[in-house]
Design a protein around this ligand. Structure first.
Ligand code: PLP
Length: 420
């Protein structure tokens, strides 16, 4: 469910015509819907009603301060994977007590920062990381509350690049070494085991592998408790799929929640969830302007002013995004286009052989479902400025990241003395 639809023939985000934003801010531009973000946060929270549950929004999906503050107001915590994300979450008003720190390669400085902030939990991915965290914590006189991220050896996820729970992936402690990690925690100062963590992938459109992974995790919780570890929490990660096409039919959050209710039944656990895409994905679009059509011998290229540096998902994951004209077109003649950006890379393609109403230079298009893993993955490749981001709330909107000018783009660079 999202709040992007045609009204009087013009594509709107809530009560604002996307054309209005494009006129003022220029293109390309990301536009996010507050109502959609809030709705998704509420649907998920509602599905877990009555359970002890922390919804730690995965900041890496979309870490804009305006987005984070919107979700903070809904009571979301945060799942962060770097010191920078931790600071973003704090700056947006998310309390440290609702922040968990995931990620395979935390630095000592990041660990120190998180300890000083007093975060809820560290998710630890290796015995080596555990030893470093224990040392950092002990040196600051603190105790880190930890969960070991286990690798349940279950395959899931919408694309090999976003599957993380199979043995052979770099993520998590191998299943048969998990109990040893907890034994290690019990032996050393500075760390205290409070939970078990798992995250098997992203864009998972079937609950079956999730259930399989979570059942394994609950078995481990029982074993660990028998061995005397005080396991109070499970962190079940993120990963729920969203519809990118009208024919996609991902499981509803209620099915997911009911499955989790079943597998955690009777264990008295606090459940932590790290949803990212399912909250932000369909809450954003990338608005781009067609530059011109370049007819080719085999196909017509529709050149647009957004590039893979602005939205990487098609290049990185061969991802599909629906693309809609901002001005509604009557059903009728279609043209077949490859919709491509201006970057000097062949992977700079948003759609191949896509049937669209005839498009001309100057027409604007919305690349749908771009709210997660969109702006966060953008770069200044080809010396293109970072795309601005706009947040809509009802009939108002605000630029929540402006487009840098050229001087700002090069502000961090300098020419060494010997060249001047
Ligand atoms: C990426 C990630 C998430 C969020 O995944 P989504 O598919 O966006 O819900 C949650 N937890 C961890 C550890 C991640 O790496």
């Amino acid at each position: 469910m999202h709040h992007f639809d045609y009204r009087n023939g013009r594509l709107h985000c809530e009560d604002v015509a996307l054309d209005t934003i494009a006129d003022e801010v220029g293109t390309p531009v990301y536009v996010y819907s507050s109502a959609t973000l809030r709705r998704h946060a509420r649907v998920i929270a509602g599905a877990f009603d009555g359970m002890s549950c922390l919804i730690a929004y995965s900041v890496k999906a979309n870490g804009n301060l305006g987005v984070l503050r919107t979700l903070a107001e809904e009571g979301c915590g945060a799942d962060v994977v770097s010191g920078g994300e931790l600071m973003r979450a704090r700056r947006a008003g998310i309390p440290a007590s609702r922040i968990v720190f995931s990620g395979v390669g935390k630095t000592r400085a990041e660990m120190r920062l998180a300890l000083e902030e007093g975060i809820h939990q560290f998710n630890i991915e290796s015995a080596a990381e555990l030893a470093v965290l224990a040392e950092v914590a002990a040196s600051t006189g603190k105790t880190a509350k930890v969960a070991v991220r286990v690798n349940p050896d279950v395959a899931a996820g919408g694309h090999p690049n976003i599957s993380t729970g199979k043995s052979g992936d770099k993520f998590g402690v191998p299943w048969n070494e998990a109990r040893k990690a907890y034994a290690q925690i019990a032996e050393i100062d500075g760390v205290e085991a409070v939970g078990v963590d798992v995250h098997i992938g992203s864009q998972i459109d079937d609950i079956t592998p999730m259930r399989a992974a979570f059942e394994k995790v609950m078995g481990l919780v029982r074993e660990l408790r028998q061995e005397g570890h005080d396991i109070q929490r499970v962190d079940l990660g993120g990963g729920l799929a969203i519809p990118y096409k009208s024919t996609d039919n991902p499981p509803p959050p209620s099915d997911y929640a009911n499955m989790i209710r079943e597998v955690t039944e009777g264990l008295g656990l606090e459940v932590i969830l790290e949803p990212g895409r399912v909250i932000a994905g369909n809450a954003g679009v990338l608005v781009t302007e067609a530059l011109f059509v370049k007819p080719g011998p085999a196909r017509n290229f529709l050149m647009v002013d957004a590039g893979m540096n602005d939205l990487m998902r098609p290049a990185l994951y061969q991802a599909h995004h629906d693309i809609l004209p901002l001005r509604e077109r009557p059903a009728g003649d279609k043209m077949r286009y490859d919709i491509v950006g201006p970057i000097c890379e062949s992977t700079d393609k948003f759609a191949a052989e896509r049937d669209m109403p005839p498009i001309e230079g100057g027409d604007r298009l919305a690349i749908m479902s771009a709210g997660a893993y969109g702006a966060v993955l953008s770069s200044q490749y080809n010396a293109r400025p970072l795309v601005p981001e706009v947040l809509v709330d009802g009939d108002r909107y605000a630029v929540i990241r402006r487009r840098p000018d050229f001087e700002e783009m090069i502000a961090l660079e300098s020419i060494p003395d010997w060249l001047s």
